[in-house]
Ligand binder design. Sequence first.
Ligand SMILES: Cc1cc2nc3c(=O)[nH]c(=O)nc-3n(C[C@H](O)[C@H](O)[C@H](O)COP(=O)(O)OP(=O)(O)OC[C@H]3O[C@@H](n4cnc5c(N)ncnc54)[C@H](O)[C@@H]3O)c2cc1C
Length: 491
Amino acid sequence: MSHDVDVIVIGGGPAGSTAARLLAVWGHRALLLTRPAPGPPLAESLTPSCARLLEQIGVLAAVNGAGFVRSTGHTVRWGTADDRVERFAGGTCGWQVSRDAFDRVLLNQAKVGGALVHRHASVRDVTHDGQRHVVQYEERGHTRIARASWVVDASGRTGFTSRQGSARRILGPRTTAIVGLWEQRPSWGLADESHTFVESYRGGWAWSVPLSRIRRQVTVMLDPSRTELASGRRLRQTYREELARTDLMRRITPDARFIGSVWARDATSYECASSAGVRLLAVGDAASFVDPLSSFGVKKALASGWLGAVAVHSALTEPAMEQAAVDFYVARQLAMMTGLRRQFAVLAGEAREAHPAGFWDDRAGRDADADLNEPDIGALRTDTAVRAAFDAIRERECLQLASVPGVEREQRPAVAGNRVVLTEHLIVPGQSLPLRFVRNVDLVVLARLAPSCDDVPQLFDAYVRAAAPVALPDFISALAVLVAKGVLRFA
Ligand SMILES: Cc1cc2nc3c(=O)[nH]c(=O)nc-3n(C[C@H](O)[C@H](O)[C@H](O)COP(=O)(O)OP(=O)(O)OC[C@H]3O[C@@H](n4cnc5c(N)ncnc54)[C@H](O)[C@@H]3O)c2cc1C
């Protein structure tokens, strides 16, 4: 039997299941080909900020119903001699997931959404016959063929299409995760057992994620070439030695029982020279892998699966938008990766202060100034002019804002619903990239409404009716950006 569909998705991790589900829900024939992930499942930590994406993808209820440990924050010992307890803002909770169970939930949701899911299909080759992609795969001992106008490569670290030569990979310093499972009965006796424990140490960093009240995975991340692993020394011995060099992990494991065997996973970061080919997008880890320290790998995979689906949907429903949609996807993918690399560079810098050793020397300083290629919202928020405008807006009883003449507007791509569309952006003086949204607030709408409103409550009300509900602090921040950057001025 061979399939002829609109889109073939290769890989059923978070990125692939997201893309296949959404494309099917939006009316396309989507075929997802995946094989079981190799090796034992990792325990992974998902921050509460994933909730919005999970909701948008339509899988939040299923994830919440799957019985994962809900975490209230992290306990961190990062470049300091003290533990720092970081609770998630507003009492929100993250998820501590065993990846086999989490992936099953999302794969089922892809099927519920209408995608055709093959769970034991290993893709062997992708070619193009001039009109359509031809995908060859092995399924239970049989070689099969499927055809589609689009391919979404969501094959994770395997990076199926980049291995076929469509995009070169740029690698970061080598990192190996060595993982072990521990059990402590009747419980671990930690201040908050739902927490991820994270610690930097001289040889790398270590973390522990709970899978239940009694079980935790404890992982050390190191550079194999800087340990005896490179000389073929046994994994278990290296794991024990590295744990002994930590502080927090050493403290929580002594009375716990080690279960099973130690295993290793490559965790070297990389990015593909391009995340798009001809009617082909690489999503999630197939496009880039960011150091797991951020706990954003799954979130990045979900976001990239969602955006990849938006781009393909736009191209399928409005062929004239194909190039703009693909370019937009590639630019956003790059910006997402660069933002995460910058965050890691900051944390690596902090760790190097405390442990001026080779592992951290290799990582600190890299990417700290990487070009974001999108408006740096973090920098805007700490910009002194924006802060001054924020204070001025809060102090004024009467807003009296006027438009500054000469601010230009240009049509640029943005996401509206499930499509990439061309919409008006503001060309803001001193801002290298055009602006449309700051913290989900639509600056074009806000700039249009502001001069006709007398005070913040009236403007907020008018904005929410004209655009969408947003948080008041985000709204005032966006207004402050418009004032500070010279789009609006106090009359
Ligand atoms: C040690 C470690 C710890 C991590 N911890 C965290 C964490 O705590 N929190 C977090 O958010 N992220 C974490 N990550 C990152 C996270 O695992 C990844 O970013 C995420 O899994 C990416 O999802 P994906 O869907 O892109 O790829 P994957 O999850 O890798 O899915 C790819 C799928 O494609 C399938 N596949 C591959 N090749 C083929 C083929 N030829 N044919 C068919 N199917 C194929 C694979 O079997 C797999 O099912 C961690 C990563 C590592 C290495």
